[in-house]
Design a binder for this molecule. Structure first.
Ligand code: UDX
Length: 450
C-alpha cells in the first residue's frame, strides 16, 4: 500500500521505516523541516538501534521518502498514520492540537478516500473527535474518511524489534472494510513474511503476534491502561524497596521471586530512580485526568505518580547522608538518558537529579554514551565528560543514573584510583554491593543492605 506517516519522532520514524521495510511504499513528513532535512541528507535525527540500517536500505529500494510539505504526504498515501506528539498540558491533560492540525490538513487536501489511523497515544474518545474533525474540515469536499486506532507498544531502545515482532497488534475500527485494510498493512508482520534487518537468526522462532480487533474507544483505552499498569508495577517495586531498606531485606531477591509467578511476571519491577521518558509519565497523567474528568476516582494512580516523584529525593538523601555537605563537592554522573539504549532525555530522572544537585550547589561532570548532545541543550551549565573515567576524575561521589550496559563493564579499580573519594551511589541497582565493597568502595543503592 501507499502509506503516509505524519510525524517523524520516536514513533513516526520507526513506524515509517518499518512499514517500508515490510514492503509498503511510505512517505514521512514532519512540521520540523530540520528533521526532514537531516533525514534527506542521510542523517538520523534520533538514536534508535536498527534505524541506521533500516532507513538507508528502504530509501535505496525507493520505498521510503521524506517530504517537508504535508500536502505532498496527503496526495501520496491511501492510508495515514498520525504519529505526532501529544505532550502533557500544564494541567496534565494531553495536548491534542497537533492531531487537530493534521486532521485539518488531511481533510482540506484529500482528493480521494483516506484511511486515517491514530498511532499517537491519545485519551479514549479522541478517535470520535478526530472523525468529527475530518468531516467538519472536509465538508466542502465529499471525500470519504475512515478512522482507526492502532496504538503503538514500542519501547525506546527496542522500537524496531517491537514493531517487527510485536506480541500483539491492537486495532480499533468501526467497520470490516477498515479492519481488512489494516490487516493488509500488517500482513507481512502477521505472517512474519520478511527478513529481519536487525536481529539474530532465532527471529523466526518468535511467535506471530495476536491480532486484536476492537472498537476505537477500547483500543485507545488499552494503551493508557497498559502504560499506567507498567508505571504502577514500578512504583509498587519502589515502595516495597523502601520497606526492604528498613527491614534489611534485598529488593532484588524479593522481586526476582515475585516475578517467578507468571501472574506477576519479572519485568517492570526494578527499583531505583523510577520511570521517566516521554511515555509513562505523560500517559499516566493523561489517564488520571481522563478518568477524573469522567467522574471516576483514580487515586491509586495519583499515588503511583507521587511515589515516582519522590525517588529523586530518596536518592539525594542517600548521597547527602554519605557526603554530609554537598555544596561545592565535585560529583560524577553516569547516565543522562531516561533509560539505556536511547538518546532521549525527555522527563529523564537523571536530568531531574542533576538539576536537584545543582540546586544544592554541587559541581557536576556527566557522561552518557548517546544522550550528551540532547542533555547539553537543556543543561548547558554542567561539564560533559568524554568517558566514564573522565566523569569519575577527582569526584567525591560517582552517581549511576542510567543503567547502560557499558557501565557494568567499567574497570572499577581504575575508577577508584581516579576518584577523590571512592563513593558510589547507584540509582539503578546496576552493581553488586558485595563486589563494590570488596573493591574498596563505599556503595549505596536502593532497597539492598549496604
Ligand atoms: C514505554 C512502554 O514500555 C511502551 O510499551 C510504550 O509503547 C511506550 O512507553 P518507554 O517509555 O520507551 O516505553 O520505556 P520503558 O522501557 O517503558 O521505561 C520507562 C521508564 O521506566 C524508564 O525511565 C525506565 O528506567 C523505568 N523503569 C523501567 C524502571 O524504573 N523500572 C523498571 O523495572 C522498568
Amino acid at each position: 500500500m501507499k502509506i503516509s506517516v505524519i510525524g517523524t519522532g520516536y514513533v513516526g520514524l520507526v513506524t515509517g521505516a518499518c512499514l517500508a521495510e515490510i514492503g509498503h511504499e511510505v512517505m514521512c513528513t514532519d512540521n520540523d523541516a530540520s528533521k526532514i532535512q537531516t533525514l534527506e541528507s542521510g542523517g538520523m535525527p534520533i538514536y534508535e538501534p536498527g534505524l541506521e540500517k533500516v532507513i538507508p536500505k528502504a530509501r535505496k529500494d525507493g520505498r521510503l521518502k521524506f517530504c517537508a510539505n504535508p500536502s505532498d504526504a496527503v496526495a501520496f498515501g491511501d492510508a495515514f498514520f498520525i504519529c505526532v506528539g501529544t505532550p502533557p498540558l500544564p494541567n496534565g491533560d494531553a495536548d491534542l492540537s497537533a492531531i487537530d492540525h493534521v486532521a485539518r490538513v488531511i481533510a482540506t487536501e484529500a482528493k480521494s478516500p483516506k484511511l486515517v489511523i491514530e498511532k499517537s497515544t491519545v485519551p479514549a474518545r479522541t478517535g470520535q473527535e478526530l472523525k468529527r474533525a475530518l468531516s467538519v474540515y472536509g465538508r466542502k469536499s465529499n471525500v470519504k474518511f475512515s478512522v482507526a486506532s492502532n496504538p503503538e507498544f514500542l519501547r525506546e531502545g527496542t522500537a524496531v524489534a517491537d514493531f517487527l515482532h510485536p506480541d500483539r497488534i491492537v486495532v480499533g475500527v468501526e467497520d470490516e472494510a477498515t479492519e481488512r485494510q489494516l490487516k493488509e498493512i500488517y500482513k507481512p508482520v502477521l505472517e512474519r513474511k520478511f527478513k529481519c534487518p536487525v536481529h539474530s537468526p532465532e527471529c523466526p522462532n518468535v511467535p506471530p503476534p495476536a491480532w486484536l480487533v476492537t472498537t476505537i474507544n477500547s483500543a485507545e483505552l488499552i494503551k493508557h491502561a497498559s502504560n499506567s499498569f507498567l508505571a504502577l508495577k514500578i512504583s509498587y517495586a519502589n515502595m516495597v524497596s523502601d520497606l526492604a531498606e528498613r527491614l534489611g531485606a534485598d529488593i532484588g531477591e524479593v522481586v526476582r521471586a515475585m516475578g517467578m509467578d507468571p501472574r506477576i511476571g519479572p519485568s517492570f519491577l526494578s527499583a531505583g530512580l523510577g520511570f521517566g521518558g516521554f511515555c509513562l509519565p505523560k500517559d499516566l497523567q493523561a489517564f488520571v485526568h481522563l478518568a477524573e474528568r469522567s467522574g471516576v476516582d483514580f487515586t491509586m494512580l495519583r499515588e503511583v505518580e507521587k511515589i515516582n516523584k519522590k525517588r529523586i529525593d530518596h536518592f539525594y538523601e542517600k548521597l547527602r547522608s554519605a557526603l554530609w555537605v554537598v555544596r561545592g563537592k565535585k560529583i560524577g554522573v553516569l547516565g543522562l538518558a531516561f533509560k539505556p539504549n536511547t538518546d532521549d532525555v525527555r522527563f529523564a530522572p537523571a536530568i531531574d537529579l542533576v538539576n536537584h544537585l545543582l540546586g544544592e550547589g554541587a559541581v557536576i561532570r556527566a557522561y552518557d554514551p548517546e544522550a550528551m548532545e540532547r542533555a547539553r541543550a537543556i543543561l548547558p551549565q554542567i561539564e560533559y565528560a568524554k568517558t566514564a573515567y573522565d566523569a569519575a576524575k577527582d569526584a567525591e561521589a560517582l552517581l549511576i543514573a542510567t543503567e547502560w550496559d557499558e557501565f557494568r563493564k567499567l574497570d572499577w579499580d581504575r575508577i577508584r584510583g581516579a576518584m577523590a573519594r571512592p563513593l558510589i551511589v547507584d540509582g539503578r541497582n546496576l552493581l553488586s554491593p558485595r563486589e563494590m565493597k570488596d573493591r574498596g568502595f563505599e556503595y549505596r543503592s536502593f532497597g539492598r543492605p549496604d
